[in-house]
Design a protein around this ligand. Sequence first.
Ligand code: NAD
Ligand code: UDP
Length: 318
Amino acid sequence: MENSRVVVTGGAGFIGSHLCDQLIALGNDVVCVDNFLTGNHSNIAHLLENGTSNFMLIDHNVSEHIHVEGSVDAVFHLASPASPNDYLKFPIQTLKVGSLGTHNALGLAKEKKARFLLASTSEVYGDPQIHPQHEEYWGHVNPIGPRGVYDEAKRFSEAMTMAYHRTHGLNAHIARIFNTYGPRMRIADGRAIPAFISQAIRNKPITVFGDGKQTRSFCFITDLVDGLIKLMDSEIHEPVNLGNPSEMTILDLAEKIIALTGTDSKIQHEPLPVDDPKIRQPDIAKAKKHLAWKPAISLEKGLLATIDDFRKRLNINP
Ligand code: NAD
Ligand code: UDP
């Protein structure tokens, strides 16, 4: 990914905007296509304000035909609501962007003879019955439950991507992204890390759902972006897990954030959402072997950077 013209759908979102930054730092021209359903102008304002010719924004819903003038070397397809709150609020948009949006993004890559990368998710494994999750596992998803709109949209998008690869020889890649966090996450997107940090720095109760014994494995944004670029540059066409294998309970996460922020907040248990996966941990053997990739940033370092960003945006001094 150097000296290329790269389209990033969902480029005004959390992961997408960091990916745009890194692609530009590597010397690429970036075309961000986003309709701001869950993204923010503030995530890309610095790129627009630069007034440089290496970043361009197309305000567009990718579930409609995507038109990009000129040559394109690579398409990163990230557009989709991603937090449980967001996809429960926008169930039909989520199904449409996973299906129609992915079809359009694949069509753009095919027309331009570009490489393609789909941002898929650990949610394709659903509430997993094997642990940790490796890429050969087919998953355990409730197709008609509330989370099904996201899980099934992503499963369809993987199927469509493999069909374009097999039928049209598209140079396609599938990243199964596990929980990722860092600066620029929406303060109220409802995901555990933004929720706990914003509650802690406002001295509000920390809302742990259920008994908090469910597990997740959190990856810092810069590590994830590095993995996405390495995967796009590779010749691996089967799905690859990208995530940090260091697993923890949600209760431990809450306690870690309480300690790092020095808050007086106390934990408050609330009902566990329907179909909330009980365990999640990536097996990253494939990424290590084929991409020479593994996460480098510790949870403590990543959380401190995220807490700092939240304090600045909320105007709260330590
Ligand atoms: P985000 O909500 O911050 O970003 C998504 C972006 O897509 C937003 O800017 C939004 O406006 C845009 N978008 C949504 N629908 C669109 C449409 N129809 N047309 C154009 N733009 C549209 O979420 P994120 O955390 O940055 O996630 C980015 C991608 O990574 C998503 O595809 C998500 O499924 C995937 N992913 C994220 C995580 C994570 O932990 N953050 C984990 C697994 C997978
Ligand atoms: N969670 C929680 N309190 C919150 C938000 C989330 O206990 O305020 C839990 C949620 O039930 C899940 C875990 O934290 O078990 C991770 O949730 P998140 O929404 O971050 O991501 P998910 O992995 O569920 O997509």
